[in-house]
Design a protein around this ligand. Structure first.
Ligand SMILES: [Zn+2]
Length: 114
């Protein structure tokens, strides 16, 4: 299995990670022999999916079609929004604390008066 990357932000999507996959293939119609192209899979991480869906419609017929499909998913159930929210909180949790917790507070004698 090759590793997948979010088409929009290039974040690596490991197997089992939450994402939205868009499949696309082409086939000939009314032409013999009937031909079918290989199938392409494009992936979006939950944050990009929600961001795209909340954003304005993109340019181009194919982009617009994909945007409408992603909007369908995002608007149908809050699970995808939840996944994006979870990822966002995970990133925030990795940021260093800014002195709002920890033992340093014990030195701030003048900060509290009762
Ligand atoms: Zn992304």
């Amino acid at each position: 299995m090759d590793n997948l990357y979010c088409l929009r932000c290039n974040r690596e999507l490991e197997p089992g990670h939450k994402s939205v996959a868009v499949y696309m293939f082409a086939n000939t119609v009314g032409i013999r022999p009937r031909q079918k192209s290989t199938s392409q899979r494009m992936c979006f991480c939950p944050q990009c999916s929600v961001s795209l869906a909340m954003g304005p419609p993109p340019e181009g017929a194919l982009n617009l079609a994909a945007w409408q499909m992603i909007r369908d998913l995002v608007s149908a159930d809050p699970a995808l929004n939840q996944a994006a929210w979870d990822t966002l909180r995970g990133v925030v949790g990795l940021l260093p604390a800014t002195g709002t917790d920890g033992p340093r507070r014990t030195n701030a004698g003048g900060y509290f008066e009762f």
